[in-house]
Design a protein around this ligand. Structure first.
Ligand SMILES: [Zn+2]
Ligand SMILES: [Zn+2]
Length: 189
């Protein structure tokens, strides 16, 4: 058996994120599924470095999207969607998963209602990289002694250098391309 250690002095660049940055980038990725043009928010709920649930601000299952049918605005706010945090909590509930002691990674500071829902669900740490208007989230988090971390916004780039990896190569012709068209996903998806 021929066993060697081969050091890599050339090849792909190393951009290994911390756990916090990793999960925040997942929250940014979740926000790409948002269905309201007024706001794109993503939320990832994590326990012991395990993703329990994800969510983005989106319409109820089977309901029209703001992008296709317009925002449903009440007193200046669109109410057609559930917020990302609520959708992530509901997704965990659907699958019977506890959020006690979990961390919420969110693209922005939660609104007051979402902050209270996160607390009621048992979240004990919140990580965000941007603020939100008119929210009492910080007040409620402080009262509940929930740790709040404000990190810089992670870079908006996924580092995947397929052309530089020695053990992988692209398909000559990918199949199922129609399933990957990001334009206007149908309502209810
Ligand atoms: Zn909307
Ligand atoms: Zn909210």
């Amino acid at each position: 058996m021929d066993v060697k250690i081969i050091k890599c002095d050339s090849g792909p660049s190393i951009c290994r994120p911390s756990w916090d940055v990793y999960f925040l980038k997942l929250a940014m990725l979740a926000s790409e599924r948002a269905t309201c043009p007024r706001m794109h928010c993503g939320c990832v709920l994590v326990h012991d470095r395990h993703v329990v649930s994800t969510g983005y601000n989106g319409s109820l299952p089977g309901s029209p999207h703001c992008y296709t049918d317009g925002c449903l605005v009440v007193d200046g706010h669109c109410v057609r969607t559930n917020h990302a945090e609520i959708n992530a909590i509901c997704q965990a509930a659907r699958h019977g998963l506890s959020l006690r002691g979990a961390t919420a990674y969110i693209t922005n500071m939660p609104c007051t209602s979402c902050a209270k829902a996160l607390l009621a669900a048992g979240i004990t740490r919140v990580v965000v990289f941007s603020d939100y208007h008119d929210t009492l989230a910080e007040r409620f988090f402080a009262e509940a002694q929930v740790e709040l971390c404000r990190l810089p916004m992670p870079e908006r780039k996924i580092h995947y250098e397929l052309d530089k990896y020695s053990s992988a190569r692209p398909f000559p012709k990918p199949c199922c391309e129609k399933d990957h068209n990001p334009a206007s996903p149908p309502a209810g998806e």
